[in-house]
Design a protein around this ligand. Structure first.
Ligand SMILES: [Zn+2]
Length: 291
């Protein structure tokens, strides 16, 4: 199995077919490593836009890619066809964060023709893998970190790279992979992008239930067990809703214990998740359960 470290540069442009703005792919850069992480080959193509005559100023500032470069490029269909041939058949695609996948999804839908797909096959988000590895090494990481920040933490010099041409970024990403790779810890990050569920999950927007009349609410989401005697408790007031939380008071049917109950109902791809809390006024949170 080869590792394909992919990086895309995309620029915002108006797309008639979408009736809105799209992050059109302007450059595809990739590095191929073999199963032992040895360098095999590079890939770099600049794409001539089909929907705009120039690139934005911000895009040029960020990537160094000018309108002239873009106009000298090849059609997206050709670039993607060449890329698909280049990746081969036994590979895992890696990108730094999954934002390139959104760009791929929209470019396939609105800009590629002839039913052409962008081959991503098995895929892993290297950013989330590396962040976990850095945490294991004792780094404190709360937010998503940039590629250059990760490189710095791993002692990889990025001075010789311009940072952000597609090929430069994927070369640094490859160096980051080499420094952090661990076969057994990496394996769970691999997802099959050819599974129709994959992009559905990726684009699923998490949301909160805000009304008690919502048909997705089940009785178990709003029930509470007494944390003193483990028997069923009964609601004694009306539910109130504030900042994602439903709140009310409960009383235990057996021991008479009274407590404040809070539930947050989040709709995820896999259904409603209820986070429940039992609170005693003047005390701290007593119980924190997710159902
Ligand atoms: Zn009780």
């Amino acid at each position: 199995m080869d590792f394909i470290i992919l990086d895309l540069e995309w620029d915002s442009a108006y797309c008639k077919k979408k009736s809105g703005f799209i992050n059109q792919i302007i450059q595809i850069g990739a590095v191929k490593l073999d199963q032992n992480l040895n360098f095999v080959d590079n890939f770099s193509r600049t794409v001539r836009s089909a929907v705009s005559k120039k690139v934005t100023k911000r895009f040029t500032e960020l990537t160094g890619i000018t309108t002239e470069d873009m106009l000298a490029g090849i059609p997206l269909n050709d670039a993607v066809r060449e890329y698909n041939d280049w990746v081969g058949d036994d590979f895992v695609t890696l990108t730094w964060s999954n934002s390139d996948l959104y760009a791929i999804m929209n470019n396939v839908k609105f800009l590629l023709s002839d039913g052409l797909q962008f081959k991503t096959g098995n895929y892993a988000d290297l950013q989330s893998f590396v962040q976990n590895e850095l945490r294991l090494k004792g780094h404190e990481i709360n937010n998503q970190i940039s590629l250059s920040a990760a490189a710095e933490m791993l002692g990889i010099s990025t001075d010789m790279f311009e940072l952000h041409t597609a090929l430069d970024d994927s070369t640094i990403t490859a160096a980051v992979l080499k420094k952090t790779y661990n076969e057994s810890r990496f394996a769970p990050y691999i997802k099959d992008t050819t599974d129709p569920e994959f992009y559905k999950k990726l684009t699923f927007k998490k949301q909160y239930i805000t009304k008690l009349t919502d048909p997705r609410i089940e009785p178990k989401h709003l029930s509470f067990i007494c944390d003193k005697c483990s028997n069923e408790a009964k609601r004694s007031k009306k539910w109130k809703y504030k900042n994602h939380w439903f709140m009310t008071e409960f009383i235990c049917l057996k021991c008479g214990n009274k407590f404040l109950a809070r539930v947050m109902l989040k709709v995820t791809y896999n259904g409603v998740k209820a986070s429940k809390r039992i609170i005693y006024p003047t005390e701290k949170v007593q119980q924190d359960v997710t159902v």
